[in-house]
Write a protein that binds this ligand. Sequence first.
Ligand code: DGL
Length: 287
Amino acid sequence: MQVRFLPRAQQMKNLKKTKKIGVFDSGFGGLDILRGIVKENKEYDYIYLGDTARSPYGTRSQEIIYKFTVEAINFFFKNNCDLVIIACNTASAEALRTIQEKYLPKYYPNKKVLGVVVPATEEAVLKTRNKRIGVIATSSTVRSEKFIREIKKSDPSIKVFQQACPLLVPIVEEGVKNQEAINLILKDYINPLIKNKIDTLILGCTHYGLLKNKIKKIVGKDVTIISESSVVSKRLKIYLQKHKEIEQKLKKTGTVIFYSTDLTDKFKKLGSIFFGKKIDVKKITIN
Ligand code: DGL
């Protein structure tokens, strides 16, 4: 009896561990963040969703970004995710707070949605010595001033210098090869921040991690670059250690499923580059 009973109990226990971690981005840039997350937290199961049909978000209004982001997180909730990470800076900046403070308490009090802006700002606050932090991001993220608010919350005496870089997402997505042109554009965006004597620079957009080496050369060795892929993955590990009630329900077969709202050639090609290995993407509709 007991012999039969024990495996059954174990089976029941395993059955309860069905939850996956959702990772959301406006397109495929978040695959770079997911790459870091999976590397650091291999054991879990993940669902990635890129809203390629409606990207870029970085030039859209707050109202639309909020609407799209809510539709995306509903998709995750329906697909067995109680924890969703918004890897997109624009959505983290423009939608996350309202989702956490109004949407979840009203409709999904037991589910959690986290973003990338807070971990990045907390890391930058820890790293800066001269209290001058630079942020490069999309136009919508810069307009939201979310990075400024979060940094000032930690330390109001820190000065934050923002720069919108609307050309960088297309440069990465179009695979621009002309290195001279890329460097010129990067310098044009970053030089004003250097003139403001920043000692820490946040790469506040999913795509900028791919330009990190070039940016490093421009800012020099005295400026610390905060790259979200590594920061967010470490923070997730700590979060799951602290929140055992979430961690214990997570499925642990190390599987990642990729969805996108449009299957463009760009996604097929660049998705694998951002994630660091070949991925198989399924198209779905979320709205
Ligand atoms: N994922 C966006 C971000 O991190 C960049 C691409 C877009 O504008 O949708 O802000």
